[in-house]
Design a binder for this molecule. Sequence first.
Ligand code: AMP
Length: 581
Amino acid sequence: MDHHTPLIATIVAGLSLAFVFGALAHRLKLSPLAGYLLAGVLIGPFTPGYVADQALAPQLAEIGVILLMFGVGLHFSPADLNAVRKIAIPGAIGQMTIVTLLGLGLALFMGWPVGAGVVFGLALSVASTVVVLRALQEKRLIETERGRIAVAWLIVEDLAMVLALVLLPALSGVLGGTAVTPAGAGSLLGFLGITSLWAVLGVTLAKVAAFILLMMIVGRRVIPWILHYVAHTGSRELFRLAVLAIALGVAFASAELFGVSFALGAFFAGMVLAESELSHQAARETLPLRDAFAVLFFVSVGMLFDPSILVREPLPIIATFLIIVVGNALAAFAIVRTFGYSLLTALTLAAALSQIGEFSFILAGLGVGLKLLPENGRDLILAGAILSICANPVLFVVLDRFAQRVRERDERARAESPRAKPEPPEPVLEPTSLRGHAVLVGHGRVGSLVADALRARGQPLIVIEESQDIVDRLRAQGIETISGNAAQPGILKGANLAGARWFISAIPNPFENGNLIEQARLANPSLDIVARAHSDAEVEHLEKFGASLVIMGEREIARGITDHILAQLDVDDAREAPLPG
Ligand code: AMP
């Protein structure tokens, strides 16, 4: 049956099962990633029952990678990238070298040839972009110094991988695999009569440089212009379409024309937009699709996994897993510390980079194809990847738990040592000390007026706002502000709802509103919750979740209009009425 519609079947089975197991994992207080991976294993070829299309699933996953990297690019300006260049370049290269050597060691120990060991080691050394970005986004670390270092580090790894994937076929003969002419570069080089390895390297680097140059010079002007043009048409649908077309189009074109990875292409597409004021809206428009495809990424990873290897080769798996988690973490930690960064930054990078994902699978696939890597090697890489992806959220939980103590240690170390890198202070998510205060979510057209009125009366107030521009402005005015989406886990905790008097939800989205109100009601049964709505159905929905008062925007607008007209009619009436006496 599913032979006729494999794409639909794969998407439906992937998303539905991911939903079921993700919800189950949530219930069991596990990371939903574990649920998504398990869903993938179930629809993979190694378990009985339905088998999803194994060629389509990784392609769907790649769309997730593109949208994620595009989103990261949107928050990243060239200046940000430049600022952390000094640590990211040597860091990524150093860490990859150390871990590749560890992998090579294990491979030699298992009796594999050197070529197999190099591919195996490289595959264990490169972190999954999706996993890192999800973790950073969840912990709201993307826009912190350590988040920026992690992203720049990923980009360097990404570039190194682009090189590795191009060079591997060229090197294959030397390393003991099948000798082939490099794809893409081959035709040109063959045409020119150049076959040396350095020429391949040179052409690859030149292509990447040409792509980056093109994006920085042409893309930087054209892409924002297109978006501004579309924004002025006033059509939301067209705007959304434009954002998607740019993200996917640039990623695809860069991969086809320049041999750059999809992820890198998408990153640059986002980055050239980062300076435009439309970037936040662009980010918001791609969010739902991005999340859906990121889930499919984990499902497609699960599909590759043959669970029987856990019984067949437990010891090599444990060794592989240890290299991925401990090897990467220690290497990253040591390098970041050597560069004089704080303990917290070093630990964050160690946690972020101690897993592997998409690039490792591509590399393993290529290695097996070139007869460099034994099939066994691919299975080990897969098993190690899945275990490390499952373990990763645990590392972040541990990091979170000790973050405060580590931060205090860093403070002391900074005071004592002049060598320490000055790192900009991070917004700490410590609960506010306010009592009897108002918590205001959203400081837009509605919230800003409410905030002004409350401040004029000297009422203590804390604002939660997701637009960073607004947050910066409020903080400059000395208003206590939490930056982030209030509906995300952990954000409301900072507002001390238990000690608050009012909770004002002044955001337009009814789903987020309902979620916020439910959480607020749970945290404080006597809280006065005032919410904003735009339809009668929303009013009912929000009251059900525990709102004390819901103000329907459109009704208030109508009241303003009628008041104005009725007041004029009253004046007319007064004029026409015969004077008394
Ligand atoms: P307006 O519709 O002009 O009142 O703007 C709504 C404001 O609320 C904007 O500034 C948004 O950035 C902000 N906002 C919307 N949703 C959230 C959310 N879930 N958490 C925090 N701020 C939000």
